[in-house]
Design a binder for this molecule. Structure first.
Ligand SMILES: C[S@@+](CC[C@H](N)C(=O)[O-])C[C@H]1O[C@@H](n2cnc3c(N)ncnc32)[C@H](O)[C@@H]1O
Length: 218
């Protein structure tokens, strides 16, 4: 898994975020500019990701190191993505680098303010129901070949413990097919008494990625 961050607008579209959602206590993720931009709008956001254990300069170097490799892979697999809004691989690279630069500029202040918390699923250092909404972008389900079924279930249960509502996008893996873990995770969470559903979102980039998983503790 590589550091690769998305923008506030992308989070809004991936997770169908309304103004009401943004006024809730939200848990975000990754080297994305969502936290920086949402905080700038007065929202109450905390984000967690293992990449936050590193210094801003170390994260910047890692991003610069992996960037050419990611661009080459995207070029090779360009047919797996919709390019209508992002235009081209080069334009996508610019959008991602802009988002990650915003994240990096905000990182030291955000660490001091407790808005960036270094943590790895399936164990999060937050109290039960400390958040109203947790957003998990491009980690669970996407990396189904790297993260096994039990780790997916433990991670979803942990997210449901710390937040009353959890949204995960996408639910397809890197090959664009629905994750082979999805059915069993939805069944297990339902058996736990959690209300689970798949809901369409407006975000379009990876082909096949059109829905988010929503899990609500009732
Ligand atoms: C492709 S990036 C997505 C970043 C961001 N969520 C976004 O969509 O812009 C995958 C992220 O998963 C994070 N990750 C890796 N292992 C993790 C774990 N065990 N728990 C939580 N996040 C993890 C990586 O550090 C990385 O930031």
């Amino acid at each position: 898994m590589v550091p690769w961050g998305r923008s506030f607008e992308e989070y809004q579209a991936m997770f169908g975020l309304s103004e009401d959602d943004l006024n809730r206590r939200v848990l975000g993720c990754g080297p994305a500019s969502f936290n920086a931009e949402a905080t700038g709008r007065g929202c109450q956001i905390t984000s967690c990701d293992p990449v936050y254990q590193f210094e801003a300069e170390e994260i910047r170097r890692r991003i610069d190191d992996v960037y050419p490799e990611i661009m080459a892979k995207l070029q090779q697999r360009a047919d797996n993505y919709h390019w209508d809004s992002l235009g081209s691989v080069e334009q996508l690279g610019e959008v991602r680098m802009r988002a990650m630069s915003k994240f990096l500029s905000d990182f030291d202040v955000g660490i001091r303010e407790g808005r960036y918390v270094s943590a790895s699923l399936p164990t999060l250092p937050f109290p039960d129901s400390g958040f109203d909404l947790a957003l998990c972008s491009h980690y669970l389900f996407l990396y189904s070949d790297h993260v096994d079924g039990p780790a997916h279930l433990a991670s979803m249960r942990e997210l449901c413990r710390v937040a009353t509502e959890v949204r995960v996008f996408p639910v397809v893996s890197l090959d664009g097919k629905v994750s082979n873990h999805l059915d069993q995770i939805m069944t297990a969470l339902s058996a736990d008494g959690i209300n689970v559903s798949l809901q369409p979102v407006s975000y379009r980039f990876q082909k096949g990625a059109t829905e988010m998983l929503v899990a609500k503790s009732v």
